[in-house]
Design a protein around this ligand. Structure first.
Ligand code: FES
Length: 142
């Protein structure tokens, strides 16, 4: 069996509802994982693309998070939806450019909680909430 060309990890971590970080599972990451598995099967890409659930990826406030790994490296995406995840898989399986909405959801290596790219693209509310939550925790000395 050959190594897959693409690895897609979808965070499946679930936290208590009272935890201010939230969790990807509570935001619907199971649906993202299931959509990816269905899409991969439809494309017949089971050998080329491996789709897996993962533990927390450390970017909880940005969830649902997906980590995509290939020969070019690793790339984190935040605020993923089933439709965006399918788009990501299709682009990676075909070796084509990802749609602009995905580029906006890439999380910078230096700060996996930086959602500034989403501002003005329908992500204002979520990005603002994540920033406020992060600032609130910093103020608490957490
Ligand atoms: S809960 Fe998903 S990245 Fe932490």
């Amino acid at each position: 069996m050959k190594q897959p060309q693409q690895l897609l990890f979808v965070c499946q971590n679930l936290r208590d509802a009272a935890d201010p970080r939230g969790s990807c599972m509570a935001r619907g990451s199971r649906e993202v994982l299931e959509r990816l598995k269905r899409c991969r099967a439809e494309l017949g890409a089971q050998e080329a693309v491996r789709v897996m659930g993962s533990t927390c990826q450390g970017a909880c406030e940005s969830g649902i998070t997906v980590l995509a790994v290939d020969d070019a490296g690793a790339r984190f995406y935040g605020r993923m939806t089933p439709a965006l995840a399918e788009s990501l898989l299709r682009a990676r399986a075909a070796g084509t450019a990802e749609e602009p909405a995905l580029a906006l959801r890439r999380l910078p290596r230096a700060d996996l909680l930086d959602l500034s790219a989403l501002e003005g693209e329908g992500g204002e509310l979520q990005a603002t909430q994540a920033t406020q939550e992060t600032q609130g925790r910093e103020g608490e000395g957490a």
